[in-house]
Design a protein around this ligand. Structure first.
Ligand code: PLP
Length: 371
């Protein structure tokens, strides 16, 4: 199908709408190429990079409003590595995993490790979600704050009636874009390539005193834990503003700039108002046209940072995404394994709400000529 050429006046200033890796603001990239360049190619065991790690840990503590006793820890390998690290060093015997998309399912897979009891997996159809329920013998309750594959957001709230268990939240696509109370979680972990406007490769986690106690107890228990996946190692190294092995210094630098920007503008409250403004423009538009509907049926479950929009048979969403791409508006394709006639659009904090409004015009223009 021929691509539609979009008029200049409706183009967004930045065409990156992908859900990860996602838009990195030009100001961050300019800072990396400018003052940041002296850090590149220098040792992560020396003070310039260690100070940067310390600053990032401080910036995240401010952003997430950590109370006394909570700490920021970090390691290499992204959130995917954290799932395995949790199976080795955080789940005592059994996890309950809420699965309402690809990423919740991946943690459930890691929690099915042979040295643990089979996880209690609570599944919901993509586009909806399940809730955690107190079950005897479960010591970790886990779910994504935002399921990136479907655009479903779930509240961060402890399971009542199970005080000894840990609440472990995958915040990979939520951290820095959705408001919440960190005291409702024991572990809030994420990688920084989404709202946090950085690149991939690292994981970070805010951990509560109860989570620290669990990490230390399992590490001392004699369970086999590979060094790379040891949360105790991550804890000890993080306290020294280091990672076990070499981190991507540029990822740390870009993250630091993003934290400075979000915190300087008012923190999580400001960021979540901004993502709400962008996402509600898209949901309202999808509700207003005959050929599109928000994929997530319950408005309360609709993500403010990952918007999924289904199209009816009169529109070929893949052709729309391809045509947008030909105009440098990229990564609006749906999650590859969902297999729907859909567009998925990130409304992370770096993305200008005005650019989202322009994107809507671009989609309409394309549908009218191609749909
Ligand atoms: C909710 C969620 N969890 C985990 C991951 C995996 O993160 P990483 O690629 O850093 O391992 C992603 C990546 O998109 C994600 O969206």
């Amino acid at each position: 199908m021929a691509h539609v050429t979009l008029p200049r006046e409706i183009l967004p200033t930045d065409g990156r709408f992908g859900c990860g890796p996602s838009k990195i603001r030009p100001e961050q990239l300019a800072a990396l190429a400018g003052p940041g360049s002296v850090l590149m190619g220098t040792s992560h065991r020396q003070s310039p990079v260690k100070s940067l790690v310390g600053q990032v840990r401080m910036g995240l503590s401010d952003l997430l409003r950590l109370p006394d006793g909570y700490e920021i820890i970090a390691g290499n390998g992204g959130s995917t590595a954290f799932w395995d690290a949790a199976a080795f060093g955080l789940i005592d015997k059994r996890a309950q995993n809420l699965v309402f998309g690809e990423f919740g399912g991946k943690f459930a897979g890691a929690a099915a490790a042979p040295w643990l009891e089979a996880p209690d997996v609570r599944k919901a159809e993509p586009g909806s979600r399940t809730v955690a329920e107190a079950v005897e013998g479960v010591d970790v309750y886990a779910w994504p704050h935002n399921e990136t594959s479907t655009g479903v957001a779930a509240p961060v709230e402890r399971v009542r009636g199970d005080e000894g268990a840990l609440t472990v939240i995958d915040a990979t696509s939520a951290a820095g874009g959705i408001n919440f109370r960190v005291t409702e979680a024991d572990v809030y972990y994420f990688a920084p390539q989404k709202n946090l406007g950085s690149d991939g490769g690292l994981w970070f986690a805010a951990v509560s005193p109860a989570a620290i106690e669990r990490i230390e107890r399992i590490a001392a228990s004699g369970r086999y834990i590979p060094e790379f996946l040891s949360l105790k190692n991550a804890l000890d190294n993080s306290r020294l503003n280091q990672t076990l092995n070499t981190p991507a210094v540029s990822t740390l630098y870009l993250l630091d700039k993003q934290l400075e920007w979000i915190n300087g503008n008012g923190g999580l409250g400001w960021a979540s108002a901004r993502t709400a403004e962008s996402s509600s423009a898209l949901y309202a538009w999808a509700d207003s046209v005959s050929y599109a509907t928000p994929f997530v049926a319950d408005p309360a479950d609709r993500s403010p940072v990952v918007v999924t929009i289904d199209f009816d048979d009169t529109v070929d969403a893949a052709a729309i995404a391809a045509s947008l791409r030909a105009n440098d508006i990229v990564d609006t394709e749906p999650y590859r394994k969902l297999g729907r006639n859909q567009l998925r659009i990130a409304t992370f904090v770096s993305i200008e709400p005005e650019d989202v409004r322009q994107l809507i015009k671009c989609i309409e223009y394309t549908v009218e000529r191609q749909g």
